[in-house]
Design a protein around this ligand. Structure first.
Ligand SMILES: Cc1ncc(COP(=O)(O)O)c(C=O)c1O
Length: 405
């Protein structure tokens, strides 16, 4: 039986307010953080490595570096993997901006390949078409950042086949999918990708407030990331160019302060202990939504490929606003009046003014992602949603749509 989550003071669903995601923090989390706050190390202490080891145990890989947030992790991956001016980096148009911005940070050129209609992750055949176009122009793509969108693994077998054929670096932006499984393997992410990026923002599966991590099986990549997250400074005697004494440190590259604190890592360790409870409640909620919405052909529920287990960071529900001739904005406003605060993941990155003005993308470039954007709402999914809440939320969808006919 599912372990009970901390009781809220159980207001009735109609007086509660729902967003698409939120953190679950209990007394154990608070105690664990309080203990570290009373210790000698608030930052740069021993809890960081402990958290990193636990991340490897749970999600795979031999190396992990905790960093300030997921965006910082992507920035460090870009530098550590050697992306430079004029390198081409391809990602999905259906992602958070940081998945593409990390290429821009280092002067590389971002590009996109459209999503698969059913899994909403980067479509390997669209990607191959792009890779071929570049090859015709004698250009090689430096890296592909595939995003396990919403918690559904990409087609990693196909991506690896393309990697072998075209020779790019492969990154998993895994911010949505800790706990997902690929061929029953919860450690799949660093097996398929050269670097794996995580975020511990409060809406994610586990939180450290702000926070992130990079997982890999590559020691030299991990060493670079550890150096770069702390100003490029090292005290490691084995690599110092000289040694003036025990105080001595050297700067070997231009880095940043992208460190995560010990008390944040303590929260991460405490949260990790509960991830299986969190995941099973997320899957129960998704199962309830699937059963409710699949009966009504005004909705499209997220599909799950046979070889995958979904982690449901998001539950992306599509409503056929176009066919129903209903305004998405009006629907959003009516749901808000019922205290259901929907969100849309995402405005496709290539439609952002910055990407259009600087890189020449335009509406129509990635039609599957664009149609998805027209139809999608991310609906509430987080562990503390009760069964009564689910009845209220699903009822509100049907009632609102019926009223708009
Ligand atoms: C797919 C994806 N990549 C990167 C990030 C960036 O993570 P953070 O917010 O921790 O900087 C996020 C966070 O929303 C994300 O969803």
């Amino acid at each position: 039986m599912r372990k009970k989550l901390p009781a809220t003071n159980n207001p009735s669903p109609t007086t509660k307010s729902y967003s698409y995601g939120r953190q679950t923090i209990d007394e154990d989390d608070i105690q664990t953080v309080a203990e570290v706050l009373k210790s000698d190390w608030l930052t740069q202490g021993p809890i960081i490595q402990k958290f990193e080891e636990e991340l490897n145990d749970r999600f795979g890989g031999n190396y992990a570096s905790a960093v300030a947030n997921g965006t910082a992790g992507l920035h460090l991956i870009a530098i550590a993997m050697g992306w430079k001016k004029d390198d081409i980096v391809i990602t999905s148009p259906l992602t958070f901006l940081a998945s593409a911005n990390c290429a821009v940070y280092v002067g590389a050129t971002p590009d996109f390949a459209d999503i698969n209609e059913s899994t909403y992750t980067i479509d390997p055949s669209e990607l191959e078409w792009k890779l071929k176009q570049y090859a015709i122009r004698n250009k090689r793509v430096k890296a592909v950042i595939a995003v396990d969108y919403a918690g559904h693994p990409c087609d990693w077998d196909a991506l690896r086949t393309l990697q072998n054929k075209y020779g790019f670096q492969l990154v998993n932006d895994y911010c949505h999918s800790p706990g997902a499984e690929y061929y029953n393997d919860p450690h799949y992410a660093p097996k398929y990708a050269d670097a794996v990026n995580m975020s511990f923002h409060p809406v994610k599966h586990i939180t450290t407030g702000e926070g992130g991590a990079v997982l890999s099986n590559d020691k030299s990549l991990d060493d670079k990331i550890k150096l770069l997250r702390s100003h490029g400074i090292t005290k490691d005697e084995s690599i110092l160019e000289k040694n003036d004494g025990p105080w001595y440190y050297e700067m070997h590259s231009v880095g940043f302060n992208y460190r995560l604190t010990d008390f944040q890592c303590a929260l991460g360790i405490s949260q990790l202990k509960k991830i299986d409870i969190f995941l099973s409640r997320r899957r129960e909620i998704a199962n309830y939504y699937d059963k409710y919405f699949e009966k009504d052909d005004r909705f499209i529920i997220p599909a799950v490929a046979d070889n995958c287990k979904h982690a449901y960071h998001l539950y992306p529900l599509q409503i056929k606003f176009d066919e129903l001739n209903i305004s998405k904005k009006k629907f959003f406003d009516l749901m808000k009046k019922k205290n259901i605060h929907l969100q849309v993941h995402y405005v496709p990155v290539h439609l952002q003014p910055y990407y259009q003005n600087n890189f020449g993308f335009k509406s129509g470039d990635f039609p599957i992602a664009e149609i998805f954007y027209e139809r999608e709402f991310s609906i509430p999914i987080y562990p503390n949603i009760t069964d009564d809440d689910l009845i209220y939320i699903t009822g509100a969808f049907t009632e609102t749509l019926n009223r708009m006919k």
